[in-house]
Design a protein around this ligand. Sequence first.
Ligand SMILES: Cc1cc2nc3c(=O)[nH]c(=O)nc-3n(C[C@H](O)[C@H](O)[C@H](O)COP(=O)(O)OP(=O)(O)OC[C@H]3O[C@@H](n4cnc5c(N)ncnc54)[C@H](O)[C@@H]3O)c2cc1C
Length: 459
Amino acid sequence: MKHTMTRRDLLKLFSAAGLGPALASRVVADESGKGPQGKEQTLGSMLQPTSVENRPRYPAFIRDGKVIQPERPLTVFQETDVLVVGGGAAGWAAAVSAARAGAKTMIVERYGCFGGLWTGGIVLVVMSTHAAENGQLTQVVRGMGGELLDRHAKFDKAIVNCGKQKFNPTTDPEATMFLMDEMIQEAKVKTLFHCWATDVIMDGGAVRGVVFESKAGRQAILAKVVVDTTGDGDIFAAAGAEHVQWLHAMGMVHRLGNVDRADLAKLKAAGYKSLGHIEPQPSVRWVILRGPSSNGLDINELTRLQFEHRRAIWERVQKMSKTPGGESLFLLQTAPQIGVRTTRLLAGTHQLTYTESREPRKFHDTVAVGGAQHGEHAGWPIPYGALLPKKLDGLLTAGRSFSMDDKLVEDGRLIGACLTTGHAAGAAAAVAVKDNCRPRDVSIPKVQKLLREQGAYLG
Ligand SMILES: Cc1cc2nc3c(=O)[nH]c(=O)nc-3n(C[C@H](O)[C@H](O)[C@H](O)COP(=O)(O)OP(=O)(O)OC[C@H]3O[C@@H](n4cnc5c(N)ncnc54)[C@H](O)[C@@H]3O)c2cc1C
């Protein structure tokens, strides 16, 4: 009997063979409604049947008034050499560095993009890219971060205010996300977006992977080295590493549109002090509101402040647009991610202090150099010990959670330092994997050599 296969039958077959998503995932950025072969395709024809996933179920239950979670085996999604948790500036740099150094690398990110607060939080100014080294303004954010900033220059309106030496540039968040995707994919880092790491897998005193949640349920990833770049130290805290916790101002950034058509002088005269900062797109400005000091790990506070900030911003822009000079303004965007500045800081084998950062000094284990917010002082070496837990093995941290004292937080959490410490953690993780040793036992000269080969500035 002759049977003609329809497109739907074919898709079913491909889907059964696990090829469905690959075939269906090609995106054409237009609204032509054309299918893969250039034929017209109705939206209705794209609704395809698929099999229901029958996963094993292990629901929690109530016993004696307590909610009990039953013991259950977890599917191991993948085993890898280096697992980076959190794809902000630090995690992104760590993943690209480790992968370029030859380690099988994976990154798990709870949202759908790289950049964390830089892009999703619309914090667009990359501060502390430079420092006054021997009296000369010198770029300290090199390596992964430096290359990423350089790549912005190939696009129109992707980076601004960088002058001759790209000092503290402001980047367009879409360009940054695009370029971060590009570099991660070039480095062949296995990426999982929309996955939230919730626990650690321990083997004695060492982290051996993470448990994560997603639409596909709870699964595990096993790794030789885990890099915690969640910003909030979710992984080192879950593993029981010693740490401290801080409250900090929790703000929210927003963007104003049509700024080039507004009369900013008139608005200033009417009492609006903060009219935002320039962006590569001249019609747009980003505006930062500091917000109150609060706990970035408290879900009630995160929710309350999300409501409060959005209301305050909406009302402010409404008022501005009714003020002479501001008629053209509109609220283009509130940041998708609330601005959590600082929460957990690792208690590392070396807690870097503000005093150390302002005195001329060298560390035998320098793996990154922090910059000066306005180029006003020398670069400050960041020792490997600031990324390394005191006791816990199998784990490093980088970015805004590395080990520093409270006075250094205003420098250590800036995007520049997140990019460089992330790069350092990724390189160290790759060396640990290659030499089959614990992160605390890596050869520092080997890590420094790799970092230099990857373009990092170590002073
Ligand atoms: C309002 C505000 C204004 C600022 N202004 C500036 C400025 O002008 N210039 C400057 O240089 N810096 C500024 N900063 C600081 C800077 O933006 C951040 O400190 C820096 O971007 C942090 O980078 P990070 O990679 O360490 O962490 P984050 O950017 O926080 O990235 C962490 C990533 O991990 C993901 N993640 C978290 N938990 C999990 C989990 N459990 N599982 C999976 N993924 C997870 C997050 O989604 C995120 O992508 C500002 C910060 C704020 C809040």
